[in-house]
Ligand binder design. Structure first.
Ligand code: ADP
Ligand code: MG
Length: 448
């Protein structure tokens, strides 16, 4: 039965995903409505559970198994492999693997190209700068420093540059790696007394790309070596491209001389996505899915809904869409709003916009035309007390703050005061149409 199911999964999620995630899984047993699968690592288990759990469960029930839940488990003999086992590797396992192919950087993801990078306001500058560097002409800005939050496309752009350079200037020696890998190489070279080789190798590249450079913050000798490598390459007029999760000046525990070095080229940031960009990314993903799922129907409004609701990062957005398509294709149904909400309920819940107490106070003060200081201050006249209670009520409703926490943010008031305020507004809401309307208006403004 698992064999048949696997075949279905292969068709649904594609060869690559299948090989990576499903192949390593073994069916173990069904007992009391719980199907257990063995996975080699918890990581794989979690990933599969999150991304394909619904799918597998659905398949199982469809094929007649009475299963309510599935469970992924690392079998005991794997998780507690004895140290003496011949298969166990000593610490620092990578030593042998990389010694002979020093120059190999990290593999490049074939999906991360300029073609597949959707450009919008938040990333147009970064995209333009990346393209300029990728043209491989004379070095214009050195280094190019890309920064931005998680999942906004830094790695994607770096890989795109590397692919483009390889295509246009195959004679160039382009090295892409993460700052973490840079450190490993360095430590390994130290340990193997191969610093000369290390230096020579890094100084012989034409284009050096180091991803997530914030990783070396606080790691003194790695920073030192990075600094020398950096200088040597800049001196030879070789292009350097760096990414980080924040601007150079804001990386803590990074030496000042490195900060200033990183700042002397072009520093561009990837801004958080806006609605239009998210919609564009979803649309381009859907286009690429069309080939894989030619028969799938997508209802109007679904993409807009997702772009509106999932604003955290692009990776989450993509993951949601992938899951939605896989699920819909498996159950052979149109992707409707309802299916979307069902299939992605956890993602949607997790990405609910967080509304802050300060935002609520500001909006409510504005609405009642009072000053923020009076809202938080000690005055107890009705003109201030009522808006204050409204704000407290909304904090209770729209944030996950506890009553004491809310009290503290209202000028250090007691939690019983907050509780009283919340109760009062609840009563008014029931009796007073105007109050009900105000609350509704405020809630909508805050959730927009
Ligand atoms: P970062 O390195 O900034 O954390 P990534 O480059 O790994 O983020 O991007 C996360 C995911 O989102 C990747 O799958 C990437 O392809 C995708 N992505 C991010 N921005 C875009 C974009 N503008 N167009 C298309 N895909 C994007
Ligand atoms: Mg990255």
């Amino acid at each position: 039965q698992w064999g048949v199911l696997r075949q279905d999964l292969l068709k649904t999620i594609g060869q690559n995903n299948y090989k990576t995630w499903i192949e390593p899984i073994e069916f173990s047993e069904v007992s009391e409505g719980v199907a257990t699968f063995h996975v080699p690592t918890n990581f794989i288990g979690n990933y599969v559970s999150q991304n394909y759990g619904d799918l597998i469960l659905h398949q199982l029930t469809k094929s007649g198994a009475s299963v309510q839940r599935i469970n992924f488990k690392v079998p005991a003999n794997l998780s507690t492999r004895p140290a003496a086992s011949p298969a166990a590797k000593p610490a620092a396992p990578k030593a042998e693997d990389t010694r002979d192919n020093d120059i190999a950087g990290a593999p490049l993801d074939p999906r991360f190209t300029f073609d597949s990078f959707v450009v919008g306001k938040p990333n147009e500058l970064a995209n333009a700068a990346a393209r300029r560097v990728a043209e491989g002409g004379p070095v214009t800005f050195n280094p190019l420093f890309l920064y931005g939050g998680v999942g906004l496309g830094k790695t994607h752009l770096m890989h795109a540059i590397a692919w483009e350079l390889q295509a246009r200037r195959p004679e160039l020696n382009v090295l892409y790696l993460s700052a973490e890998q840079f450190m490993y190489r360095f430590v390994q070279a130290l340990r193997d007394r191969k610093m000369m080789d290390f230096k020579e190798m890094f100084r012989s590249v034409d284009v050096l790309m180091v991803d997530d450079v914030q990783f070396i913050a606080g790691k003194d000798s790695t920073q030192e070596e990075f600094f020398h490598t950096f200088n040597a390459l800049v001196d030879q007029n070789k292009q350097i491209i760096i990414s980080a999760d924040r601007a150079p000046g804001e990386i803590k525990d990074l030496e000042d001389r490195i900060k200033s070095r990183l700042q002397c080229g072009l520093v561009v940031d990837l801004h958080p996505t806006d609605y239009e960009l998210r919609l564009g990314i979803l649309q381009s993903k859907v286009d690429s899915y069309r080939a894989q799922y030619p028969e799938l129907q997508l209802a109007d409004g679904v993409l807009e809904f997702l772009a509106h609701r999932i604003s955290t990062n692009v990776r989450v957005l993509e993951g949601a869409l992938t899951r939605l398509f896989a699920f819909a294709s498996l159950v052979g149904r149109e992707i409707t709003m309802e299916l979307t909400q069902d299939c992605l309920s956890d993602v949607l819940r997790a990405s609910e916009r967080k509304i802050s107490v300060e935002e609520i106070q500001r909006k409510v003060a504005e609405h009642y035309n009072i000053r923020l200081s009076d809202m938080i201050g000690p005055k107890r006249v009705r003109t201030f007390a009522r808006p204050r209670q409204v704000a407290m009520y909304l904090c209770k409703q729209l944030t996950s703050r506890s009553l004491p926490e809310i009290g503290r943010r209202f000028g250090g008031r007691d939690h019983t005061t907050v509780m009283h305020g919340v109760k009062r507004i609840e009563e008014l809401r029931a009796q007073d149409g105007q109050m009900a309307e105000d609350l509704e208006l405020l809630r909508r403004a805050l959730e927009a």
